[in-house]
Design a protein around this ligand. Structure first.
Ligand code: ADP
Ligand code: MG
Length: 340
């Protein structure tokens, strides 16, 4: 049993700027599993951006092209559970053997392995065996390898051997086409302005985008009401409210620049003036602390810096807050402003 979901196909995975690299790397891997330099292929990105879908799509496509290959999809959580059970039953070797004879191993949400040293260790051996034998490994994670925590260095370095491809937030056009495709598949008609209204207002999570459309359809058929923009407004508002819990990087930049009475352009500028540099470093520090964004993505949103700059900023803020009283007060004040 491959555990693959045939509905999660490439055909249903709409292409856009936000996923083009990951999608085409996936197609390349599916055409030649184990035969590209994308091994492992690691797909990373935030919640609901299509990691699981894309991982299945690769497996489904491989099964189509190479029916004789054994393909296995498993979540890192289930993998861990299986391993724990195997150890309890004294079946560790059988467990390892089972995974070493697979041609294409897909492990979803590897961030779940963080801190689980036993499972990491066994996965390390399985990975090495598969890789040495030209077998394909596909991984997904909510973070880039550079941002992963409590994963052994030797495993992280393996993760970086192949290609890490990010799934980003889809742009407006992609969101519209995802919705239209879904409506088409479900045989539901909806006026363009309503589809666009939903796509305009739900930006950061494809699962919620689809969820909003599904509840819109359900509401209207349940109450035998036409799907109107007013109904769309009510439903979208519910979705947006529920996701406001996470502060955005934009919001952090606004709070920090307001606090220091500068504008966001100044905060992001290339200047080396000390108070501006500090404000920018604080914004990076809070983005790391309060959002799930990767270091790379934080850097690109705060003045187009790279991930090393963000890492350095976080360390600097940590150091200064323990040595400089005034600076610690900044951190405390801004923390208060951010925790609504
Ligand atoms: P993740 O694993 O990253 O949390 P999922 O793969 O579960 O996200 O995707 C959430 C939902 O969004 C799924 O229903 C998936 O089919 C859909 N989805 C995500 N990206 C796309 C896309 N590019 N085209 C079509 N559907 C998508
Ligand atoms: Mg997933």
């Amino acid at each position: 049993e491959s555990q693959l979901n045939p509905n999660y196909s490439f055909e249903n995975f709409l292409e856009g700027d936000s996923n083009r690299l990951a999608r085409s790397a996936g197609l390349a891997v599916a055409a030649k599993p184990g035969g590209t330099s994308f091994n492992p292929l690691l797909i990373f990105g935030g919640v609901g951006l299509g990691k699981t879908h894309l991982a299945h799509a690769i497996g489904v496509d491989i099964k189509d092209k190479y029916p004789e290959k054994t393909v296995l999809y498993i979540s890192a959580e289930k993998f861990t559970q299986q391993y724990i059970d195997a150890v309890k039953k004294n079946n560790r070797n059988d467990f390892i053997h089972f995974y070493q004879i697979i041609d294409v191993l897909i492990i979803d949400d590897v961030q779940f392995l963080s801190g689980k040293t036993g499972t990491q260790d066994v996965f390390f051996h399985i990975f090495n065996h598969l890789h040495q034998n030209g077998k394909q490994v596909i991984l997904t994670s909510d973070k880039a390898p550079v941002d992963m925590q409590d994963i052994e260095q030797r495993l992280l370095s393996r993760f970086k051997w192949g290609l890490s491809a990010e799934l980003q937030n889809p742009d407006f056009e992609t969101r519209v086409s995802i919705l239209k495709n879904k409506l088409y598949r479900d045989g539901v008609e909806m006026p363009d302005d309503i589809v666009e209204y939903v796509a305009k207002n739900i930006k950061t999570n494809v699962r919620e985008l689809e969820g909003a459309i599904i509840s819109l359809i359900a509401q209207s058929s349940f109450n035998k009401k036409e799907i109107t923009i007013d109904l769309a407004r009510i439903i979208v508002e519910k979705f947006v409210k529920n996701t406001k819990r996470e502060v955005s990087i934009d919001y952090i930049q606004k709070v920090v620049s307001d606090y220091f009475q500068m504008d966001i352009d100044t905060l992001q500028s290339k200047t080396r003036k000390r108070h501006i540099v500090q404000a920018r470093q604080l914004a990076m520090f809070f983005a790391k602390k309060f959002t799930k964004a990767s270091l790379a993505s934080i850097g690109s949103q705060i003045g187009k810096r790279d991930h090393a700059t963000v890492l350095h900023a976080c360390k600097t803020v940590d150091n200064l807050s323990s040595t400089d009283k005034q600076f610690r007060k900044y951190v405390e004040d801004i923390t208060k402003k951010l925790s609504i």
